[in-house]
Design a protein around this ligand. Structure first.
Ligand code: ATP
Ligand code: MG
Length: 572
């Protein structure tokens, strides 16, 4: 490809609203352009990267027996009513017809197989597609990281028995690992919450990056890793103490409606405070939730426990349930019989402080089980760095930030049950199919690669997903000798199967060099003044200060070999 035939509108500076490195560099390099919040066009270079990622994904899907297909983006409303996902908050609806825009395709594929699969002989199946998804994300972010319209690979497995179902999950997990390695990403699989899709077994592939939205907890001792949404929070051991906790007592704490304010006012550490929160559960009933003052309640864990997302109760409900104005609710002396649950650590609080269910008042010297009935103790808080590892009492958790690039779910019979996807087994008995779904954010992977590989001058694409493998910078296109040498090399490399870009623009050399760095093409060949001595200058983008003068006659084979070496680094 020749630069003069491409459309690469580079920018000197990134727009101010771009915060993540990948967002800035994708805009500056002319890879993408926004149309509206979270909605992007892929310009020629961006599309080349997407296509290269997609190709790797297709090859790995084929290796595990995936069959590519393409499903529609318009979903009739009734389809999602069957599974109960018509209320999912990220759904876009289409007017004037009653359609949703496709956000993931479990229902569509299940509808196909329930109609077309009758016998165990037709199973297993592993259909997949690479297709645009639509989600009304409340906060699109980071360019391609969180979009309202994005490209996803989604695969679905259907099996006749648990052994097959497990095998499909394992195969897909391995396939995803290979995909990300081949895309040049350092990724890690972590235990995950299964969210809106539901189901039991679920892992995410994370690209570790300081700007990632997800928190990953890892135990260095065992290698255990989990998303913070999911990671079990092991209670800190209770402090041993022989002293008897005095009788509880109410104390005036005017204006102290936050944990920090109460702690400061009383001079008691937040670890001895118990937060009391009132939620409206999905069934409409209020639920009282207790967590230690210094801990964060984990919404995903609460949602899993209560069977769906809950919202914080309004002031009137809090008053009705506890008798307290907002900020002073506590578990002692509730007004109505109500379900009370607590994080396990609450049980270990000694000599605690709780809201007194009266304005500007707290109770001190409170003991769970003595001053109020023991609630149900459950894992409800978010794990943090320093916590005991859930798999090894000697291990400690560390936190890192990550970008989720892929997700594997085993949902068992969730969709086959709600939508009636059955088959007849070897004995003629009707059985529910077992299934899983597997998604890779193709466009997000493009951004994640940049988050992991860039420097002050621009992108450092892994060769497997770079828009081009080699760029030939023709310094003076008007110089016949230079032009001829560049054209010759361009042809020889193309014939050798190297993906090469010839920068044949009439631009200042400085601009061309700067842009070659910005665009991140792994190998650069400069055809310039060295040609007088019969040499071209070859360098790698990742170590651009190491320049090699190579005889023009040998340049094609030299560069081909360099490219082969780089390809080998990201192949399996
Ligand atoms: P997230 O937790 O980041 O919102 P999710 O868990 O809802 O993602 P899945 O339904 O598991 O996402 O989708 C599969 C993959 O699609 C994700 O692993 C991610 O790589 C990608 N993806 C999901 N949402 C977006 C989005 N809004 N923009 C870009 N890629 C996305
Ligand atoms: Mg996910």
């Amino acid at each position: 490809m020749r630069f003069t035939q491409l459309f690469v509108p580079t920018l000197r500076d990134a727009p101010k609203d771009a915060e993540m490195v990948s967002h800035k560099l994708l805009l500056r390099g002319g890879f993408i352009r926004p149309l509206s919040s979270g909605v992007y066009s892929y310009l020629p270079l961006g599309l080349r990267v997407l296509n290269k990622i997609s190709r790797i994904l297709r090859e790995e899907m084929e290796r595990v027996g995936g069959a590519e297909m393409l499903m529609p983006s318009l979903f009739p409303k009734e389809l999602l009513e069957e599974s109960g996902r018509d209320k999912v908050d990220v759904l876009f609806t289409v007017k004037p017809q009653d359609y949703f825009l496709g956000f993931t395709h479990e229902e569509v594929i299940t509808d196909i197989v329930r109609k077309d699969i009758q016998s165990y002989k037709q199973l297993p199946l592993l259909p997949y597609q690479i297709q645009t998804k639509f989600r009304n994300e409340p906060r699109p972010r980071g360019g391609l990281v969180r979009c309202r319209e994005f490209l996803m690979l989604d695969a679905y497995s259907f099996d006749k028995d648990e052994a097959g179902n497990q095998l499909a999950y394992r195969n897909m997990k391995e396939a995803f690992g290979r995909m990300f390695t081949r895309c040049g990403l350092d990724s890690l699989s972590v235990e995950a919450d299964s969210g809106a899709i539901g189901g039991s077994q679920s892992e995410e592939f994370m690209v570790l990056s300081a700007d990632g939205e997800d928190t990953v907890l890892r135990c260095g001792k065992t290698g255990y890793a989990a998303n913070a949404e999911r990671c079990e929070a092991v209670p800190a051991p209770a402090e041993a103490s022989d002293t008897v906790v005095p009788a509880s007592e109410s104390i005036s704490t005017p204006g102290t409606s936050s944990i920090e304010a109460v702690s400061a006012f009383l001079g008691i550490p937040t670890t001895r405070l118990i937060k009391t929160l009132v939620f409206n559960a999905p069934d409409g009933q209020p639920v009282v939730v207790l967590v230690r003052g210094d801990r964060e309640l984990n919404d995903a864990k609460l949602a899993k426990l209560l069977g769906g997302p809950s919202s914080l109760a309004d002031a009137a409900t809090v008053l009705r349930v506890t008798g307290a104005p907002l900020g002073f609710a506590g578990p002692v002396g509730l007004q109505v019989p109500v379900r009370m649950i607590a994080d396990r650590e609450v049980e270990t609080v000694r000599d605690g402080v709780v809201g007194a269910n009266t304005a500007d008042t707290h109770l001190v010297h409170v003991q769970p089980g003595r001053d109020f009935p023991h609630p149900e103790y459950l894992d409800l808080r978010t794990a943090v760095a320093g916590d005991i590892s859930p798999v090894d009492p000697e291990g400690r958790l560390e936190t890192q930030r990550g970008i989720e690039v892929g997700h594997v779910f085993n949902f068992g019979t969730k969709y086959s049950k709600s939508m009636g996807a059955t088959f007849s087994d070897e004995n003629g008995a009707t059985q529910l199919m077992l299934g899983g779904s597997y998604g890779v954010g193709v466009s997000r992977t493009m951004a994640a690669a940049i988050e992991q590989r860039h420097d002050d001058n621009g992108i450092l694409w892994p060769i497997s997903i770079a828009p081009f493998e080699v760029v030939i910078v023709l310094v003076w296109p008007k110089d016949d000798m230079q032009r001829q040498a560049a054209e010759d090399l361009y042809h020889e490399l193309s014939v050798a199967g190297v993906d090469v870009l010839l920068d044949d623009r009439e631009e200042r050399p400085g601009v061309k060099f700067k842009e070659a760095d910005l665009l991140g093409i792994p190998v650069k060949v400069v055809v310039g003044k060295g040609l007088a001595e019969g040499t071209l200058e070859v360098s790698l983008r990742r170590s651009s200060d190491q320049k090699e003068a190579v005889a023009a006659v040998e340049a094609a084979s030299y560069v081909s070999e360099l490219v082969s070496g780089l390809r080998a680094e990201v192949s399996l």
